[in-house]
Design a protein around this ligand. Structure first.
Ligand SMILES: [Zn+2]
Length: 145
């Protein structure tokens, strides 16, 4: 599949944000392939664009080519209620998309194995459900400050 330089790499980097069932959206954000934003920054941009446009989904483009589409549903999946465990409704710091986009804060987890470098993002921290990078033999990811 042909794309602008860095296209495949960016698609992989942001892959977990995209809703695979949606291929196009009316609103979009351009990503600079020379200086791609980190996932939390891109998420913050998408969330503010969702709020501003009232759209249901935002296409992320690089040099005019769609990388993928982020929907409200795919953002909620990203919050990853691990193992299907319900998050207590009262957990006050859980971010929502309902009008408080400035409060959205992604937490970054990194694989502690040297040379791995895999990262995942959550919008809340639950020490019982740390993400893993998916590589056999690697420890659970650690929350980065
Ligand atoms: Zn790892």
């Amino acid at each position: 599949m042909e794309g602008p330089p860095g296209f495949e790499r960016l698609r992989e980097k942001y892959g977990e944000l995209f809703d695979p069932g949606v291929s196009a959206a009316g609103c979009w954000i351009e990503v600079d392939p020379a200086k791609p934003p980190t996932i939390p920054i891109l998420v913050a941009q998408v969330v503010s664009k969702l709020e501003e446009s009232r759209a249901a989904s935002i296409e992320v483009r690089v040099a005019g080519t769609a990388l993928g589409v982020v929907t409200r549903a795919s953002l909620e999946d990203l919050e990853g209620t691990a193992a299907g465990e319900a998050v207590p409704v009262s957990s006050g710091d859980r971010a929502t998309l309902a009008g408080e986009s400035s409060q959205f804060r992604a937490l970054r987890y990194a694989c502690p194995e040297s040379g791995c470098g895999k990262e995942k993002f959550r919008s809340f921290h639950d020490a019982r459900f740390l993400p893993s990078c998916g590589t056999d033999g690697h420890r659970l990811m650690e929350l980065c400050e």
